[in-house]
Write a protein that binds this ligand. Sequence first.
Ligand SMILES: Cc1ncc(C[n+]2csc(CCOP(=O)(O)OP(=O)(O)O)c2C)c(N)n1
Length: 376
Amino acid sequence: MTVMEQRGAYRPSPPPAWQPRTDPAPLLPDAEPYRVLGTEAAGEADPGLLRRLYAELVRGRRYNAQATALTKQGRLAVYPSSTGQEACEVAAALVLQDRDWLFPSYRDTLAAVARGLDPVQALTLLRGDWHTGYDPREHRVAPLCTPLATQLPHAVGLAHAARLKGDDVVALAMVGDGGSSEGDFHEALNFAAVWQAPVVFLVQNNGFAISVPLAKQTAAPSLAHKAVGYGMPGRLVDGNDAAAVHEVLAAAVRHAREGGGPTLVEAITYRVEAHTNADDATRYRGDAEVETWRRHDPITLLEHELTTRGLLDDDGIQAARDAAETMAADLRERMNQDPALDPMDLFAHVYAEPTPQLREQQAQLRAELEAEGETP
Ligand SMILES: Cc1ncc(C[n+]2csc(CCOP(=O)(O)OP(=O)(O)O)c2C)c(N)n1
């Protein structure tokens, strides 16, 4: 048979059937960030929860101010303030049950404190005294994580393992907009969706990764849209509206707990202070932008809602401020005491079985301390 004859015998058939594996429409975020305060939805919010959120926001703001002051007094090496982002911090802590796990980044000290961590212990790492500074298992708060996004695969691993063991545990992992450009972000979200792990990812989009604005690090319509590519729902929320953040995160936690898999929540917020006390934010952004966000302040928004609805009066506001002041005074006093540290602790928790080199260095340090009359 000639080639032409063979061609003549060929009958094109339609390609094998194809359809999307899941319907992408329900995974897409809404066009506008979800809001509660100042809308009709606020009338349905639990007044007790709103008052609790308010007290925690006021306490959180005071904590940020005190920690920043401690850096100026040389008592704290560095502090990444979350002023302006307190709604995300507090809501993330409050939506979790005791048995759940929080995976914070370095900026999320407040979330850890709102979850019950001792305010001084939460600053140990930033004081440069000791590694994590607290037992992560006590309050189920993973170490405050400085390498960007590395806490995300940890959260997925923990949540997946808990599910395999049949434990009713949800992990909530926090990350910044800059962290969403990391490979670990991709790997964590991909595996979380493939395994349907009970994880909630909270991206606090505060506008900047140090001096880099969001537009210079992603062309995505929103960070929440990234969820669709992994096959999980993406939700967009006003990150300064504590009631809205709480509602969206609570729904995501419930969904994860019920076996529905992970959710990516993008909270639109703003870092009104510099990246840390070591940064000069005036070099990369203008006062007008900061001022616009100061007028959309999480505490003012909630206070306005509560007072106009008769759920908070001057005495209530004063009580929240007094409680915050008491916490700040205690923090100040305890942070002004020199910590008692044992240099030999350098060798603790490094390896289960120390290497010969470490043993040698340990013996050398012990001898030096003894020679100086210090008992290790
Ligand atoms: C893997 C890694 N790369 C770079 C850095 C340096 N770094 C520290 S903070 C930061 C910006 C992070 O911005 P973002 O994730 O938006 O969080 P934010 O500080 O705004 O809360 C960078 C690049 C780091 N800590 N870890």
